[in-house]
Write a protein that binds this ligand. Structure first.
Ligand code: ASP
Ligand code: MG
Length: 454
């Protein structure tokens, strides 16, 4: 297998929730995974929550309830297996599944006996979600006639010992691609691995934080020097705007990592960009795809040095802000006093969302939730302050925004009848921020979307 041939496909809990969903995973992988894909799977939808509840019952020493959960999980997983294959199927994995479920049962009993549920024990309990789903998914592939190998991600994803949110150790993970996964790729057409779980250098099972499977996929991509990482979810990709606010929103074909990060920072519900950082640092693109509409191309998030044509790619709105307008009253001392006033925001733990500072005036947007009377009083003791409540920021995300100022004419024209209380452009190549009254938010967003993404 030559370097950079592998595609890593990650499927979340809803994509493996039942037999039909798993069959879709097989089809998608066949059509999109290229040669010898590596599939990283989450636990079946809801299972990690059930295991968390099971762990909590262990802490409360309520064995009956903990076992009831395991009974329910047993029924659920065996049910999926029944739906996937007939009784006589040579691929049925009842035995492996049975062993895993027995192990979980014994673990819970042992923890009860000990009377102490450690974070380490909880992590081992949680690891069963992905261990069960990956075992069944392997069967789904084999049922489709595909020669499929099952890897144990704990042999690949080395982490520190912070149970519940263990930190991956990239230098230890990197060689594992060729040591653990590539040998499996040589003898199989597809390799399946678990998201979310890892182990310490001593071999103790860990988990890397809820929703961690995207991060796992990125780490597998790094270990394998993958050509591409595909995150299969239930949306069409990163959207030009929140479709609940702008029904005409469509998927953004391509954006850079920094754009994705800015978008997440300003409140868009997309995959947490930092989780895919390891992949982008190695120049591996990450593509967000919709498993319910697999023919849609999705959104390609590429490394920052990838040059995209200048333009806007998406919009988001951040609400519940207030605008603090500060003016100094000390001629000759303007800057000094203004700097002190600005410094107070950090001192009172009120992070600034956006600010524009001129010689004797500053306009600062902060979240309502962090603005406080003490900060107000302190600023007022040195400057004149005016507060404008119910504000919002329209955030325009794109590429080449600094070097192509003509691009700005489009949004400014689109918003011609909406008063702009603050405009920040030029400080970033990727973001333009427009502070407006919250009451104008919906209209503003709609007008901008129509103009930028006709
Ligand atoms: N199964 C884990 C969770 O639900 C990890 C994941 O789904 O990404 O948090
Ligand atoms: Mg999950």
């Amino acid at each position: 297998m030559s370097e950079r041939d592998t595609i890593v496909l990650k499927f979340g809990g809803t994509s493996v929730r039942d037999a039909d969903a798993m069959r879709r995973v097989v089809k998608i992988t066949k059509e999109n995974g290229g040669q010898t894909p590596v599939v990283v799977t989450s636990a079946c939808a809801g299972v990690t929550n059930d295991l968390v509840a099971c762990g909590n019952f262990c802490v409360e020493r309520n064995e009956a309830e903990a076992i009831t959960i395991i009974d329910k999980l047993t029924e659920r997983h065996l049910g999926i297996l029944d739906d996937l294959c007939h009784d006589g199927s040579p691929h049925r994995c009842d035995r492996q599944l049975g062993l895993l479920l027995d192990e979980l049962r014994q673990l819970v009993r042992g923890v009860m006996l000990l009377g102490e549920t450690t974070p380490r024990a909880i992590d081992t309990i949680l690891s069963f979600g992905e261990r069960l789903s990956s075992t069944i998914l392997t069967t789904a592939f084999r049922e489709a006639g595909i020669n499929t190998g099952l890897a144990d991600s704990r042999q690949v994803i080395s982490t520190d010992g912070t149970h519940g949110s263990a930190l991956p150790i990239i230098s230890a993970i990197e060689p594992k691609g060729s040591e653990v996964i590539q040998p499996l790729q040589k003898s199989h057409d597809v390799v399946i691995a678990q998201g979310f779980i890892g182990s310490t250098l001593e071999g103790v099972t860990t988990t890397i934080g809820r929703g961690g499977s995207d991060h796992s996929a990125a780490l597998f991509g790094v270990a394998l020097g993958a050509k591409e990482i595909q995150i299969w979810t239930d949306v069409d990709g990163v959207m030009t705007a929140d479709p609940r606010l702008v029904p005409e929103a469509k998927a953004v074909p391509e954006m850079t990592f920094t754009e994705a990060r800015e978008l997440a920072w300003f409140g868009a519900k997309i995959i947490h960009p930092d989780t895919i950082l390891p992949a982008l640092a190695k120049h591996i693109p990450v593509v967000i795809r919709n498993s319910h509409s697999p023919s849609a191309p999705g959104t390609r998030i590429c490394p920052d040095d990838h040059s995209l044509s200048p333009g806007f790619h998406s919009l988001t709105i951040k609400r519940d802000l207030i605008l603090v307008e500060i003016a100094t009253r000390n001629p000759g001392m303007e800057r000094e006093v203004l700097d002190r006033a600005i410094g107070l925001f950090a001192h009172y733990q009120a992070p600034i969302e956006c600010a524009v500072i001129a010689e004797s005036r500053a306009s600062v947007l902060v979240s309502k939730s962090v603005w406080n009377d003490r900060l107000h009083v302190r600023i007022e003791s040195i400057c004149n302050v005016e507060i404008r409540k119910e504000m919002a920021i329209l955030c325009l995300i794109g590429s080449g925004l600094r070097d192509t100022p003509a691009l700005l004419s489009l949004p400014l024209t689109a918003l011609h009848n909406i008063p702009i209380r603050l405009l920040a452009a030029g400080s970033s190549d990727h973001v333009v921020l427009l502070g407006i009254d919250e009451a104008d938010g919906d209209n503003g967003l709609q007008a901008l979307h129509e103009a930028l993404f006709p």
